[in-house]
Write a protein that binds this ligand. Sequence first.
Ligand code: PLP
Length: 298
Amino acid sequence: MNTHTKNQYLTTLNGINLTLKRGDLIDPEVSGNKFWKLHYNLKKALELRQTGILTFGGAFSNHLAATAAATAAVGLRSVGVVRGLEWAERHAQNPTLQFCKSKGMQLHYISRVAYREKATPYCLTQWSKSFPNYMILPEGGTNTLALQGCADAIGQEDLDFETICTPVGTGGTLAGLALGGALNQQYLGFAVLRNKALQASVEILNPNSNWMINHDYSMGGYAKTPPELIRFINDFKKKFTIPLDPIYTGKMLFGIFDLINKGLWRWGKNVLIIHTGGLQGIAGINQRLAQKGGVLLD
Ligand SMILES: *Cc1c(COP(=O)(O)O)cnc(C)c1O
């Protein structure tokens, strides 16, 4: 697998030059940062002759979809533990879960309460007993090998950018990219969820000071999609013919454009923006928006 990804000049806004790293184009099924995060984990699972990978996620999770596709591609099995018992009955209506099943992922639905306990030492022992010889990956796929895969995504040509932007869920991607970059670069993460512990948990993954997290564009919280966000993503696609996902990359770019347009940008003039992919999530969000009768993603 090749983790190198093409950079594409986007536009210049108030004198700030924006370039996109097109992680969305890495693979039609294993997009962007999930590809980087899985790369060395899959390699290790194959080396250790594991049967497959067991991991966790919400019903629309990019990580579950990527794990299902990537394991199938290298001949490993996969088990997905899904948050929310209700999906046991509704999985046929969920595009992400249907995709996972089509790739042969075995899906286990557990209650939200049980999901909170999923990674306690006791539960991990139980998962290992039920699925012997499976490598267990945490929710979102963040572990040491994932950081290494993200670090590799920063190449020589990326070191000339003063500022590198990426969306932040668990922060594994931000931590890993910053580990792969130079100490005089600024890695600027945009939190897509409200989590006060994020700063501290990324500090554990990366103790350097070449990164920081902006918390102003979570737009109501994880997977919340206000109409101004949907409109921004649709306008962006029309103008640049580049699709954004509403959970991660849409919020980051909304934030970058907003800061620059309001004159609040205090980072570098040459900015590399990581398009982390996640486009598989659009179908699920559109389903939900349609039920509410709101504006849809184009
Ligand atoms: C998972 C994901 C992220 C966040 O990655 P973390 O390492 O959890 O911070 C960003 N963008 C996309 C498209 C994702 O799927």
